[in-house]
Design a binder for this molecule. Structure first.
Ligand code: FFO
Ligand code: GTP
Ligand code: MG
Length: 468
């Protein structure tokens, strides 16, 4: 990566009150100077002036952006300089706060680029913050999650990560591991000095207690983090016509799915993201499950089954006015190992829902009567979903493992540590054990971005938006 000064529009495209152009690098100030003139301040005798030779850091200057060739004023702006290292990237940063409008901002950006800045790549400001040591890689990833967070809970996770929660947890495990590593390496390099002193039992105890167990605890939190980040996969399943699509619509508060009295209305799987009591949910409506010879319906039902396989919570729906059928029992066979809420729909049609001698499995599921058509019981259903999710898997702690990259690194680290342990148990020489310990240590370094490869960095930051 080059060390050129970079620039980009930092605010969203579109119309808004204010838009910000951000410039970072050694030339940020000279570039800003060449495009900016200060507004006439009364105590300057009404003269427009250039920026002072040494502008104050973190102070707003009021003025204009001027194209030097044409002398044309492009916009009235506020400009702020943040002197290295007291800036987001730890380089000199200049922000131009202009009127937001796609054309206006682009014109200013073009001017800045003409003065020698390069257009920033996706996430490049944050990448520089990382490379210059202001934040670790998990914090950089937290920045990204923060931007894409759509619900309060995913926001909580991103904020914790941004503050360094995960990074600190990993660093706290990496630290004792580094001491163990130093020890085993010394044993190799100077066997006559320390070789005798290393006690295999002590080593095993330290590895297990200080490293392996804390790492295992951290790994367990991945699932929770993933749910809060990508949304819990909730699938509505049941026979045709029980009201699945109606429930989808009422939960989404919009007419998303087609609803008709004709069984077999929903043919394909529909999927929408929503927030239920602050929990991000990916909700799927599926084709009614039953035996059919219709080839289109068949495909829809196959898709529904595939979706059910992957579901993290199933809303199993029956019709309050109808007795359970063979079909219902077949569906239950499919979902019996999953968390299920039994949703009895159309309670508006009956005095009492139809629940005669149901199988044990059904009886064990939390059950709720609703009317998807009239909205009865929907709030209670939302509560029940949140409660089921929170009590079954999600214990939202401040430190969770939110992405696959982290999980893979932790799993690899654990695998190497277990190798090391069995090596020590088997009385292998430290030279060999040390290879595994070093490997485990490096995988933890990957999480923080200490030992991570350039192409991995490219991949992570390519998911960012330009200007961040
Ligand atoms: N106008 C503006 N608003 C913004 C940002 C920005 O870059 N510009 N941010 C961009 O994401 C966020 C705020 N995050 C920031 C994080 C660190 C530093 C920073 O300058 N840190 C230095 C020095 C801090 C100090 O002296 O107080 C450091 O930590 O070394 C700035 C912004 C959100 N709002
Ligand atoms: N009375 C009453 N009718 C309902 C209720 N919920 C849905 N319906 C009606 O039941 C019929 C079927 O509803 P859908 O939501 O299309 O049912 P579905 O389960 O998606 O049906 P398929 O897509 O064919 O599997 C429609 O006529 C709805 O208006 C309810 O709570 N009460
Ligand atoms: Mg439907």
């Amino acid at each position: 990566m080059d060390s050129l000064t970079i620039a980009a529009i930092a605010t969203p495209v579109g119309m808004g009150g204010i838009g910000i152009i951000r410039i970072s690098g050694a030339d940020a100030l000279p570039i800003a100077r060449s495009v900016f003139i200060r507004a006439a301040a009364p105590d300057d005798g009404g003269e427009r002036t250039a920026l002072p030779p040494v502008p104050e850091s973190h102070r707003f200057y009021h003025g204009y952006i001027r194209a030097s060739e044409t002398d044309r004023i492009l916009d009235e702006v506020l400009l702020v300089l943040m002197r290295a290292p007291r800036s987001y990237t730890r380089e000199d940063v200049v922000e131009i706060h202009a009127h937001a409008g796609p054309a206006a901002l682009r014109a200013i950006l073009n001017l800045v680029l003409k003065q020698g800045a390069r257009l920033a790549g996706p996430g490049e400001f944050t990448r520089r913050a990382f490379l210059n040591g202001r934040i670790d890689l998990t914090q950089a990833e937290g920045v990204m999650d923060m931007i894409s967070a759509q619900t309060d809970r995913s926001l909580d996770i991103a904020t914790a990560q941004l503050r360094g929660g995960l990074g600190d947890a990993v660093a706290a495990i990496r630290e004792p591991l580094s001491r163990i590593l130093a020890h085993t390496e010394a044993a190799i390099d100077f066997p006559e000095d320390v070789g005798e002193e290393i006690d295999a039992d002590d080593l095993l105890r330290a590895l297990t207690r200080r490293v392996i167990r804390p790492l295992e605890t951290l790994a367990e939190r991945y699932e929770d983090g993933h749910i809060l980040r990508d949304g819990l996969s909730v699938v509505v399943a049941g026979r045709p016509n029980v009201g699945k699509s109606s429930l989808m619509n009422v939960l989404l508060r919009q007419d998303r799915a087609i609803v008709t009295p004709i069984p077999g209305t929903t043919r394909d799987t529909l999927e929408e993201q929503l927030s239920i009591r602050g929990i991000p949910v990916m909700l799927s409506d599926t084709a009614g499950l039953h035996e059919t010879s219709d080839p289109v319906e068949k495909i829809g039902i196959e898709r529904a089954c595939a979706r059910l396989e992957a579901a993290e919570l199933v809303l199993f729906m029956t019709d309050a006015g109808l007795p359970p059928t063979e079909q219902d029992h077949a569906i239950c066979q499919m979902i019996r190992h999953k968390p299920v809420i039994w949703v009895i729909n159309k309670v508006d049609l009956v005095e009492k829902p139809f629940v005669p001698n149901i199988p044990d499995e059904w009886a064990a599921w939390p059950r709720i009567g609703i009317s998807a058509r009239h909205g009865d019981g929907i709030d209670a259903l939302r509560d029940l979903i949140a409660e089921t999710v929170l009590t079954s898997s999600l214990e939202c702690e401040s430190v969770v493992i939110p992405n696959l990259r982290h999980r893979v690194a932790i799993e690899e680290s654990l695998a190497s540590l277990r190798e090391a342990v069995s090596g020590i148990d088997a009385g292998m020489p430290f030279e060999l054990v040390n290879i595994d310990v070093r490997e485990a240590f490096d995988r933890l370094g990957d999480i923080l971005g200490i030992t991570v490869r350039e192409d991995v960095l490219d991949h992570i930051f390519s998911n960012f938006c330009i200007g961040k």
